[in-house]
Design a protein. Sequence first.
Length: 268
Amino acid sequence: MTGVSPNSQVKHLRPSELGTRDWDKSYQNDLENGFGEEEGADLTQLESWFDEVDAPQKVLEYLTSEDFPLSPTNPERTIEKPKVLDLGCGNGSSLFQLKLDGGYQGPMLGVDYSQQSVNLAQRLWKKHIDQQSEAGELEGGISFEQFDLLKDLPTEQSWWPEGGFDLVLDKGTFDAISLSGETMELDGQAVRIVEAYPRKVAQMIRPGGYLLITSCNWTEEEVVRWFTQRAEVKELLKEYGRVKYPVYEFGGRKGQGVASVCFQRVAS
């Protein structure tokens, strides 16, 4: 890590190839090679970031626990069909798992700046719907759209729900943006795009709604600082909870391979 933002005293990551990688080519390769279309393929078991530390399953368990306010298993939930947004949806695995294994019944939207990612996720979900239609058990409720959060305005999109989303997911998008050296203007100053990301994400959550960030580049404490202690977000988000992972000890220091932190949009 190098460089410190005077706004928050959170270090920046050195720019790397992952922050500038042409993801269109990667997803186009998946499209051309029939990714996820093998006979009997299970959409809830698609290859995903953080699989090696079981993060997808841990996040699912957190979001479907009786304690999580939007969980289908929470007997006191007040929202039966929460609106869910996945930022940087990739192949769609997070939403497929949340709906098919997690029991979430509300409308779900996956967005990605890569059109090829959107094409892949759409194709996989359409195949699932077609198979269910043949079996007489149709299940919809997931859509995918091309969208660049750092350049496009969500409120101008046809899919924007008035007031924002009840739950926003980010699994690796914040990491990729953290590794980009690209800059943009924020409050009249040129900053790395990672500095604009937290506020833009916060503004997509309805007051009282939730954001769950999963990162392998930042510790839990660093994620919390990025999303609650910077001047432009500290009045918008507060920490709500954390997903528990195995803790490893090496050289006398303890740590974990991934961090998943849940935030709540301040209601006022």
